[in-house]
Ligand binder design. Sequence first.
Ligand code: TXA
Ligand code: MG
Length: 598
Amino acid sequence: MITKNNLSHIIAIARECSECAMLHFNQLTKENIDYKIDASPVTKGDIAVNKIAVLGLQKIFPKIIIVSEEFKESQKQLKNNNLFWLVDPIDGTKEYIKGSPNFTVNFALIKDQEPIFGLIAQPFTGTIWFSYNGKAWKLDKNKEVVGAKNIYCSEINIKKLKVISSLSHRSKDLENWITMIKPIFEENIGSSIKFCIMAEGKMDLYPRNKPTMEWDIAAGHSILKAAGGNIFSVSGMQIQYGKKNFRNENFLAVGKITNRLPSYFLTGLNKLNKVKYKQDLNLAVNALKDKKLVVFPTETVYGIGAIGNNKKAINAIYAAKQRPYNNPLIAHTFNKHEAEKIVEFTKIAHLLTDQFWPGPLTIILQIKETNLSNILSQGSQTLAIRVPSHPVALDLLEKVKIPILAPSANKSGGVSPTSANHAKDDFGPHYKGKDWVLEKILDYGVCEVGIESTVVDCRDETPIILRHGAITANMIFNATNTKVLTLNKTQELISPGLLKSHYAPNAQVLLNQKRKITDSGWLAFGKIPKSLQKQENMFNLSPDGNLIQAGKLLYSGLRFLDSTGVKIIQVMTIPKVGIGIAINDRLTRASSSKEKII
Ligand code: TXA
Ligand code: MG
């Protein structure tokens, strides 16, 4: 995407921005400082640097939309584009005003919700860090691009942690978090320079539990990742870009990890009662070992799980969900190594899992002939398997030590659950029935993605998408460099769970609706037309038309509208790009339901 030639041009723009920033820095007076609505400062320097950055990038990449912190209009222009620039002309304006050297110029190129290029310049020292060709680089002042040196994260040693965190955005919760993980060294620094320090291997962790915007972290994220690190959300997913209002949730930036970090490193970024968590987890582990069912969170939807080595326990899932026996279940393991013991990995499987595990991807493979595999696959020759990213799910899997079979925690054919309450609605109030007991519900927040994992048949050289999800066909193509097939209707029998009618609320669902029918509720997306503005029973998936937000809210929306008692749910048109493909897939299945004729 970024050629060598492009890179030299981008670096030249960054240097021009740096010079401009320094010029203003040296003449900064109070009169040059303004305050934005959120009370954050903006200086003449920010505005001047912004202009150079935006015009410069526009000239090299005339077709790519540029979203900048200091250019509000650009933030409105972005409508689910898969490719865009994020620019923060001066990150650390507070430092800049104080006369501190730690302010930076940031450019990041985002593709499919991920930063694929990032550059950070520190005007004060003239140093530039960037990602290029899958590696991270540091370029000293005035050096030619060929003089850039590779930088790498150091491998994290859990007993010798070095933590870097924000200088001005402190809180009691942050201090508690730091005390909890017991670092041997701690430092506070302003601006995105923290990511560069980590990418050079000098620091291990950067926790953040105060708001940040995507342009504050995207360039640093790309550099850190190229150096061997990453930035994770509380549900263990790599931070995504193009979210609602470009706002990030809490995150943890990490250096190179060989083993999974303790879960409380992530869950502890939100308020967490460690004692209760331990008790919850023990109860859940014991219940599973006792062949009872447990509901647990994943980054996609909540699952209802049974221990995978016992037929009676597995049958309980079918009984609880009233699921047809011909619909097989997904096995969950806590890492790839565990999965490799059960199924025959292919080249495609390796490529996809190396990129997307842990995360919202399920692969279908041939089983290895072992006792456990046979029970997990219930006699079939294939098995669906995934490693979730959610730290609670991973803790559960690691403690049980045996794969957990888990479908979504809803009644078969109904709407999937994205919160513990959804599962309670479906299986309560008694949580037991003939041949099943749901012993424990691990209630740990709302699911980040909100749509079930992408299911990909990886048995052959060509990956076949059996169910769409957050990992899109485009992303699979980029990871494998192979043509990607999607099931057509007749082939859908391969995946019996992909019945035409699925994910269906009680009400009838009508798609691509514009005009109102009597007694209906509306599942809206984007701006609501005037004629519907007084409509009751309206659930807007995303007033700003943001698909990531819509994915997260889809099932809550369907469940809410059902609870109003409407007979029909009219759905506005939702674009079929990115996760919009999966949203449309689910809604299509929800709409072709149960011969409900009105
Ligand atoms: O995100 C998810 O995948 C969630 C969480 C809990 O991990 N689980 C989930 O499971 O959505 P479930 O059972 O609701 O959907 C699994 C889908 C079904 O459509 C099923 O037919 C398909 O995967 N599937 C399972 N085993 C398969 C196999 N061996 N071959 C083809 N399709 C399979
Ligand atoms: Mg399901």
